[in-house]
Design a protein around this ligand. Sequence first.
Ligand code: ADP
Length: 294
Amino acid sequence: QVTVVGSSNVDITALMDRLPAPGETVLADSYQLTPGGKGANQALAAALAGARTEFIGAVGQDPNAQIALEQLDAAGVQLGRVARVPENTGVAIIQVDAGAENCIAVVPGANASVDAAAVKAAGELHGILVLQGEIPASGIGAAIDAAAERVVLNLAPVIELERRYLLAANPLVANEHEAALILAQLDGADQPVDEPEEAIAAKLLAHGIASVVITLGANGCLVAEGGTVQQLPAVKVKAVDTTGAGDAFTGALAARLAAGDTLVQAAGFAGKFAALTVQGHGAQASYPRSVDNL
Ligand code: ADP
């Protein structure tokens, strides 16, 4: 069992030749409404990677709520403890130009209600717990306090968490940029230091985190535990859109940990799963519906 406590959004993506300047209006060619949010993306990936998965979060009572959850529902993710709150479902308003440059505003909406009180009200959390940084820190802390098994913490975006909650991660999953910010937080430093990822991973372990996975895009990932750091190469593929690749990786990793894999085995599988997703457009839409060949 995998339980994801986190965010769900609707991504409103408009495609245009060039992004508008402040105060300017440009005509866009088209737009799409697609389900997103790191929590929902990771829950979908965990389910598609074979784990019995529950998603706990919050949506509004607006029409976007249905769009936010439809892929999860179709994949059999348990949604019985998703709260329906007065705030609107979270949205990400995304503008993309012809060169794939983007400009994004995220409105947390209902996701901001997933705080300590809401998580405590949800009750017992079963199996491996997966968390991200798109709900309030108090909700993340309460979920860690209620965790039944190991906690996969993908603190993206990086927000301030109490030290004991950072140290509860096993593994901490972060990209290079996030890993440096989390290390700075543990060091009590204002600015992240520019260091090789291996050194960052080793220092995170030295702070007392049991295991760390640093994702490196097309360069694969680093897996650090027990004082050793090893690099797993990525699968060589032609990437067309890496949106949601990190979420696919984290969800698939959690699913394999739930199935009994070692961290290195689970990260190897997650890399193959994520490599499939970068070959298709979108986040959830690009996730493989079958993992029989992985
Ligand atoms: P994020 O999007 O969170 O920054 P990354 O870009 O590090 O995350 O990607 C997460 C994982 O997805 C990587 O560790 C890798 O396994 C896979 N991945 C990402 N980009 C590629 C790529 N171009 N080719 C193959 N695998 C990729």
